[in-house]
Design a protein around this ligand. Structure first.
Ligand SMILES: NC(=O)C1=CN([C@@H]2O[C@H](COP(=O)(O)OP(=O)(O)OC[C@H]3O[C@@H](n4cnc5c(N)ncnc54)[C@H](O)[C@@H]3O)[C@@H](O)[C@H]2O)C=CC1
Ligand SMILES: O=C(O)C1=N[C@H](C(=O)O)C[C@H](O)C1
Length: 233
């Protein structure tokens, strides 16, 4: 496949390595202010920055190029991207986290929330730790985990960052040099706690998942998630 990388930072470079190993060709490496013809690509993979993600995705969909989006922090425009994809009969996958491990963790989180939904003695907390260059907080993955709890536990209907409130899943965001991404879900009672943690050793899992999603998306029409790609959940 001919792949366009929209964003050639830490993730763009990690994706390039995996894509080349899997026999693909990188035809566009677009970063800030790059000029390119997106139609040169069979599929685009956007790992850029929150303020440009929607514009990059729109460029792809308006030109008939399927697009995989890993950028986080642009959720306010997600519904517009979905509408544009349907209007143009394009292909679009967005995920807060493309790694297989985190997608399994998402399912465990939903199941644990269901089990906890009648056990009022336990209270949930989320923590995410990322490198200090990260632009958004909380992480997209932490928001997905919080939503998994909200959908399955009647005591929670929103999330809150670095604070506490009734009916809110509290999320603490920490920034520490060189951490690729660590997420912890913890249920605490007066007697004990139960904790689930996903720790990425490096960015390889995110990059591999994004390339697998791109391979899967080509030739399909619609809006998809990683559950469709991995057939889990
Ligand atoms: N969904 C997932 O599995 C993962 C998502 N991410 C997300 O991906 C995004 C990128 O992460 P990193 O590569 O670590 O960040 P990064 O800061 O290393 O790279 C982002 C790149 O986008 C470039 N950029 C700025 N304007 C652009 C434009 N108009 N078009 C194309 N590129 C432009 C920047 O110059 C920079 O090189 C972040 O939002 C991060 O949260 C990161 C890892 C995994
Ligand atoms: O910015 C990152 O690095 C990461 N961002 C994603 C997120 O916001 O959840 C995924 C991963 O944790 C790495």
């Amino acid at each position: 496949m001919n792949i366009a990388l929209l964003g050639y930072g830490k993730m763009g470079k990690a994706i390039e390595q995996i894509a080349l190993k899997r026999g693909h060709t990188i035809v566009i490496k677009a970063d800030i202010d790059s000029v390119y013809n997106i139609k040169d690509a069979d599929v685009a993979i956007d790992f850029s920055i929150p303020s440009v993600a929607f514009s990059n995705i729109s460029t792809c969909l308006n030109n008939g190029v399927p697009v995989v989006s890993g950028t986080t922090g642009w959720l306010q425009d997600y519904d517009k991207a979905v509408a544009l994809c349907h209007e143009k009969k394009g292909g679009f996958i967005s995920a807060s986290n493309f790694s297989l491990g985190v997608n399994i963790f998402f399912e465990l989180n939903k199941n644990l929330a269901k089990m906890m939904s009648t056990l009022k003695q336990y209270h949930v907390d989320l923590e995410e730790i990322h490198h200090t260059q990260k632009l958004d907080a909380p992480s997209g993955t932490a928001i997905s985990l919080a939503n998994g709890i909200i959908e399955n536990h009647p005591d929670y209907d929103k999330w809150i960052l670095d604070s506490k409130a009734d009916n809110a899943v509290p999320i603490v965001a920490k920034r520490i040099e060189n951490v690729p991404g660590t997420h912890t879900v913890r249920y605490e009672s007066d007697i004990d706690f139960i904790e689930m943690k996903h720790h990425a050793h490096n960015r390889e899992g995110f990059a591999l998942g994004a390339v697998i999603a791109a391979e899967w998306l080509v030739g399909k029409t619609g809006v998809f998630t990683m559950n469709d790609v991995l057939n889990i959940g």
